[in-house]
Ligand binder design. Structure first.
Ligand code: NAP
Length: 283
């Protein structure tokens, strides 16, 4: 058996089209379109590329974007001053602090100052708490994208066993909450789990976000499972994931490729979160 490929580019396009329609409706109604403020501190090359992609995606969706490029030696006080100013600015709907920050800056203190209603990355403790409690909030983009990809397979989540490998605040922990709220029984594995493949093999749905290239091989995959690979690594000039794709695809029913799986979803869900933040303010 060879698993169906989950086409992240296609699903991301559908989400972006929905966002564009929502933004057009806002403009047709005579309102200002959503406005996203992005803060980029320092010269991290990958971050610069990501911010460029975000600016372009915003423009295509009709979302206004403002990018604040701060020098590497920016002091904590100056960063916090800008975040406070943007949090209070009524013309700004979403705030995104591009991570990682230079090492001398305190990420948590900066994130804590973002107005939770403008926290389009869903990393503020308020939104993390709302997610854990099954309440309404703005939630992290990559996990939202993972849920869209699972939905695209038409797999019923309720009553299934879902295994999430990784427990970061950015991916693993929020995905676990989302799957739990969707009615799955969730097993969350991490670096201290013993013989994790024995538990992973119980998963009807297997989401992997570890940052360890090809960690998940055939031993981890239940026959017929839906496998979502969040990992992204450049190896021998090619992009690859946390899952050994060739081994897993012969066992799974559906699987995301890398590239072209989860990657395209993150920006699509960021745009969707900008509209959500706009709605939280206006509706
Ligand atoms: P992270 O913060 O480093 O967290 C990694 C998690 O994996 C931790 O919870 C860690 O466990 C767990 N882990 C590490 N080694 C493990 C092992 N051998 N067995 C089981 N669990 C293990 O990373 P992240 O931010 O969640 O990102 C994970 C991956 O996703 C990375 O490759 C990243 O590049 C990628 N990513 C992709 C996108 C996208 O848009 N495609 C977005 C975000 C992240 P402990 O908690 O015990 O340390």
């Amino acid at each position: 058996m060879s698993a169906h490929l989950i086409d992240g580019k296609k699903v991301a396009e559908l989400v972006k089209n929905e966002v564009k329609k929502a933004v057009d409706k806002i403009i047709d109604h005579g309102d200002e379109p959503p406005c996203l403020a992005v803060i980029l501190v320092g010269d991290d090359e990958a971050s610069k590329v990501y911010v460029g992609h975000k600016e372009k995606a915003c423009a295509l969706a009709g979302i206004r974007s403002l990018t604040y490029r701060l020098p590497h030696d920016t002091e904590q006080g100056a960063l916090e001053g800008l975040i406070t100013q943007l949090s209070e600015d009524p013309s700004v709907d979403g705030i995104l602090l591009q991570l990682p920050l230079p090492r001398h800056l305190n990420k948590e203190r900066a994130i804590d100052l973002i107005n939770p209603r403008k926290d389009v990355d869903g990393l503020h403790p308020y939104n993390q708490g709302m997610l854990a409690g099954g309440r309404v909030g703005i939630f992290p983009c990559t996990p939202l994208g993972v849920m869209e990809l699972i939905a695209s397979t038409k797999t019923t989540i309720q009553g299934k066993i879902a295994v999430v490998v990784g427990r970061s605040m950015l991916v693993g922990a929020p995905v676990s909450h989302m799957l739990n709220h969707a009615g799955a029984s969730v097993i969350n594995l991490h670096s201290r789990s013993v013989n994790p493949w024995d538990l992973a093999r119980m998963g009807d749905i297997l989401v992997v976000a570890t940052g360890v290239r090809h960690l998940v091989d055939r031993r981890w995959v239940k026959p017929g499972a839906v496998v979502i690979d969040v990992g992204i690594h450049r190896h021998d000039g090619k992009l690859t994931g946390d899952v050994n794709f060739e081994e897993a695809r012969s066992i799974a029913s559906h699987i995301t490729p890398v590239p072209g799986g989860v990657g395209p979803m993150t920006i699509a869900m960021l745009l969707s979160n900008c509209v959500k933040a706009w709605n939280l303010k206006h509706r």
